[in-house]
Design a protein around this ligand. Structure first.
Ligand code: K1U
Ligand code: ZN
Length: 169
């Protein structure tokens, strides 16, 4: 397993739409293993492949609390089959927009279909942080960042802040 570099705004690669995966094979599992290690090291609770520069529709996630055992999860070619009409706000963050947090309103519950680490098809309902995180990560697969849900002023402030941090590093 290897740590990969996480791309940050305004890298144009993050605006790219990712392509569906054709086969869940050992090469894809190696990518997912690297992504999970990179996400834990960051640290974060989710990561989309495009954030490490790979335009494939792949997401890893672990929503376990620090005192709990790890609960790694893998989503290949995820689709949202249903969204609730009711929405919920959440103060989101993003490893590609480091140290910037803001509130985003999204459907409170979604029904998902995806392929797991073994390539098996799974259908699952998501709510709470799971629903927030999967929608945030699925936005990445379409080249959308959580700051794209904010006003233009806030988005520009966030990008300016990240650029300033990168210059200082
Ligand atoms: O960059 C990403 O997409 C990952 C992002 C996921 C996310 C967080 C919050 C709401 C929606 C999606 C993060 O993991 S940001 C870091 C973070 O939330 C966190 C870091 C350490 C401990 C707990 C949370
Ligand atoms: Zn993100």
């Amino acid at each position: 397993m290897a740590l990969r570099e996480i791309l940050t705004v305004p890298n144009p690669v993050l605006k790219q739409a990712s392509k569906p995966v054709e086969t869940v094979d050992d090469e894809l599992r190696a990518l997912m293993d690297d992504m999970l290690e990179t996400m834990y090291a960051a640290p974060g609770i989710g990561l989309a492949a495009i954030q490490v520069g790979v335009p494939k529709r792949v997401i890893v996630m672990d929503l376990a609390r620090p005192e709990e055992d790890k609960q790694p999860r893998y989503f290949v070619n995820p689709e949202i089959l249903w969204r609730s009409d009711d929405t919920a706000p959440y103060e989101e963050g993003c490893l590609s927009v480091p140290e910037y947090y803001d509130e985003v309103e999204r459907p409170a519950r979604v029904k998902l279909r995806y392929l797991n680490y073994q390539g098996e098809q799974v259908e699952e309902d998501a709510e709470g942080l799971f629903a927030v995180c999967i929608q945030h990560e699925m936005d990445h697969l379409d080249g959308v960042l959580f700051i794209d849900h904010l006003s233009r002023l806030k988005r520009e402030q966030a990008i300016k802040k990240v650029k300033k941090q990168a210059k200082a590093a």
